[in-house]
Design a protein around this ligand. Structure first.
Ligand code: HSE
Length: 288
């Protein structure tokens, strides 16, 4: 059996709607081998589709078809570290696992760049897919069926406090509520901050982050979908976060914090901060 490990990802990073994303140290693990039936199961207690509607299966079969190779069936075992439908790239992780797994089983016929374009096409936007495949902090553009992207490391002076609510948000719904156009002033507002965010996360120039995370494309509109979002921002800023943003389409909120903070202590303090504000049942993880 081959094994594939795919990271959770956080997209948008505030102003970089559909363009920026980064990989986090939280993973899904998938084991895969060819067989003549559909044999899919979780090796933990998460509930997953075990038929041909399983996303990993579908994407693996898609790659076989693209490569013109016969497909009889697949044995898949999944261990899901990434919470589903929470804005941490769980669907991208399934697409990427299916494509990377099939590519390995087929003897690596596709280059990473080709897989990136296929995966982004499946997802519709590249901001989770690109860091799931390339790792690091990634800026990407989809153009003419291809993805143009650059991955750079996140500064080692930074880590991420990830606040995961106990409810789901469907990305499609959270996209549907956004306005279809914006003013030139708002476009410039986001463009300048997306560039600053990328440079600040790469260089570790943290003094820029509080301004760099601001956004006028999606966060103000999604605030109404996420009870506790404002309190989560306040709790993280009160504990000294450099910047706080909504991860992907939400509902997870991410605080960018100093890497010297103890992961366990900070997670504990932030959980208490949320509870003091009446926000219950959220899970807090501190990740690189
Ligand atoms: N960029 C997407 C959105 C999220 O904000 O709708 C990525 O899944």
């Amino acid at each position: 059996m081959i094994k594939i490990k795919v990271p959770a990802t956080s997209a948008n990073l505030g102003p970089g709607f559909d363009a920026l994303g980064l990989a986090l140290t939280l993973y899904n693990e998938v084991w895969m081998e060819e067989c003549d039936t559909v044999d899919i199961a979780a090796v933990d207690d998460t509930v997953i589709p075990t038929g041909t509607d399983n996303m990993i299966f579908q994407n693996a079969r898609h790659l076989y078809e693209l490569c013109g190779r016969p497909f009889c069936g697949l044995k898949v075992r999944q261990k899901n570290g990434i919470p589903m439908t929470r804005g941490l790239g769980s669907s991208s992780a399934c697409i990427v696992a299916g494509l990377l797994g099939a590519n390995a089983l087929l003897g690596e016929p596709m280059e990473r760049q080709e897989l990136l374009s296929i995966a982004a096409h499946m997802e519709g936007h590249p901001d989770n897919i690109a860091p799931a495949i390339l790792g690091g902090l990634v800026t990407s553009v989809m153009e003419g069926g291809q993805v143009y992207s650059v991955s750079v490391p996140v500064s080692d002076q930074i880590q991420f406090a990830v606040m995961i609510p106990p409810f789901e948000i469907k990305t499609e719904f959270a996209r549907g509520i956004l306005p279809g156009s914006l003013s030139r002033a708002d476009a410039v507002f986001n463009l300048s901050r997306a560039a600053l965010m990328t440079a600040a996360l790469f260089s570790g120039r943290m003094e820029n982050l509080k301004v760099a995370v601001q956004d006028r494309i999606h966060q103000p509109y999604r605030l109404g979908l996420i009870p506790g979002m404002r309190e989560a921002f306040d709790a993280a800023y009160d504990l000294g976060a450099y910047g706080v943003y909504l991860s992907g389409a939400g509902p997870t909120i991410v605080g960018v914090i100093d890497a010297r903070e103890s992961k366990e202590d900070f997670a504990c303090k932030l959980s208490s901060g949320l509870e003091q504000r009446g926000i219950k049942g959220w899970k807090v993880l501190v990740l690189d």
